[in-house]
Ligand binder design. Sequence first.
Ligand SMILES: Cc1cc2nc3c(=O)[nH]c(=O)nc-3n(C[C@H](O)[C@H](O)[C@H](O)COP(=O)(O)OP(=O)(O)OC[C@H]3O[C@@H](n4cnc5c(N)ncnc54)[C@H](O)[C@@H]3O)c2cc1C
Length: 541
Amino acid sequence: MVETATRDVVIVGGGHNGLVCAAYLAAAGLKVTVLERRAVVGGAAVTEEFHPGFRNSVAAYTVSLLNPKVIRDLDLARHGLKVVERGLANFLPLTEGRYLKVGGGKTPEEVAKFSTRDAGRLAAYGERLDLIADVLRDLVLETPPNVTAKGWLAALPELLRSARLGKRIAKLGLPLRRELLDLFVKSAGDYLDGWFDSAPIKAAYGFDGIVGNYASPYSAGSAYVLLHHVFGEVNGKKGAWGHAIGGMGAITQAMSRAASERGVDVRVSSGVREVLVEAGRAVGVVLDSGAAIRARSVVSNLNPKLLYGRLIDPRALNADFRERINGWRCGSGTFRMNVALSELPDFSVLRGTALGEHHTAGIIMAPSLAYMDQAYLDARQHGWSRQPIVEMLIPSTLDDSLAPPGQHVASLFCQHVAPVLPNDASWDAHREEVADLMIDLVNSHAPNFKAAVLGRQIMSPLDLERTFGLIGGDIFHGALSLDQLFSARPMLGYGDYRGPLKGLYMCGSGTHPGGGVTGAPGHNAAREILADFRRGILKRA
Ligand SMILES: Cc1cc2nc3c(=O)[nH]c(=O)nc-3n(C[C@H](O)[C@H](O)[C@H](O)COP(=O)(O)OP(=O)(O)OC[C@H]3O[C@@H](n4cnc5c(N)ncnc54)[C@H](O)[C@@H]3O)c2cc1C
């Protein structure tokens, strides 16, 4: 069956970027339909009840990168979004009664417990990183210069864009440009070793370099992943991480309301099985139900490998493109759990189940970069690390809408596990065993933890792929490595949200500026699509 009305735009996937893109397009007067495979929109940013009476963010669990312009333009506060800051940024329980607290104005005195030299260097480190992060912040809402093989007319605007970028970087001065280069190519470990001596502060900062990045903190390129996690802000406070009241689903529900208010037709339980291509142009989609919807343009919110590998007839793409997209590197070393808790964890190094500021923090259970390095090596060999890295967040300490009074929910964000297990082993056979290991790890720091667990939800890399379409459980829709960033995301020549097929655009995290709940790819893709409607490359239905 073909629906008779042709849309201006059909968006495949109702993740947060699909919703943002839809809202901008509809605000400009276009007729937009969003088609989401799951029964709920939001993609990896959703809140669900996982145990009777206990709700939590299922995948993404903490907010910082969400772009302030997107928040403003979509009026997300009016649509119910409220973000609060954590009482403390991070807490690292260590051994022999020691711990490190980061944030809340305490970092220098806390770091001085381990190294006075390191404490004295914190301010300079923060300033330096912030100046570099400002460059990234400036670029987040820009379309990267696209590499083109077409004539000078097509190349000229891209050259101008490159020149503007060059000018902006030149303004940094030579020392900062050197730092920028370091952060793009070095390992997080080498970068942090250059700044600090003591292990705990390097672990606290270095954790960001391995989040969603299946690599050692000493792998080249991990410094960029660290940088990627600091360009955000919470309520105007740069680099801070916070909590959306109601969980991450509150963000995407607010986006969905903003899109619907602008007239977007948002449909759930509407998986797309094929993008229709006629004479080299995308002209609509076929749903899993067999129904076809025609549109002047199709926008994909999916991982590019999923879009081009599974939804498009290979004959519509040339061999070089197919080979390259097939080589798109996906796969985070991430294992995600939610647990319902009867009481707060009682840490051996900081006793008590009464709410303390450390309970509101991102609790990083990994004492050093060397520990993280070993975790990666272990996972490569055995499929998961016997001493894994766990960051635990207990959002119910900031939000009483998630758990019954006096009880709690915790998000466990665990690294490193292999995206695909060695020796043909399946995650289906090992999910529970690895979940037990993660709980044991937390229990080794807080001995009341295991007994306090009332229920749990487990997301192995395979579960993340099945549930959300995140290939290899890749939380970013593709590794954040230099060969897959900026103009090369997802491929040189297609870094401007367009692809090789006319009328087919990309708006997901596999485009610049990459993963995280930012709204930026959706924002930028909408601008490019609107430009094509204005230029007459796309015609209104
Ligand atoms: C475990 C985990 C933890 C994370 N933690 C954080 C965090 O704390 N903070 C943060 O900022 N970021 C975090 N991230 C990253 C962030 O969540 C993602 O990068 C971001 O949500 C991706 O958004 P998106 O809109 O680009 O794509 P997605 O959210 O992946 O949305 C794509 C949508 O397309 C749908 N879809 C797939 N196939 C089809 C089809 N054939 N037809 C129709 N629909 C389809 C999917 O169901 C999905 O809804 C995390 C991610 C994961 C997985």
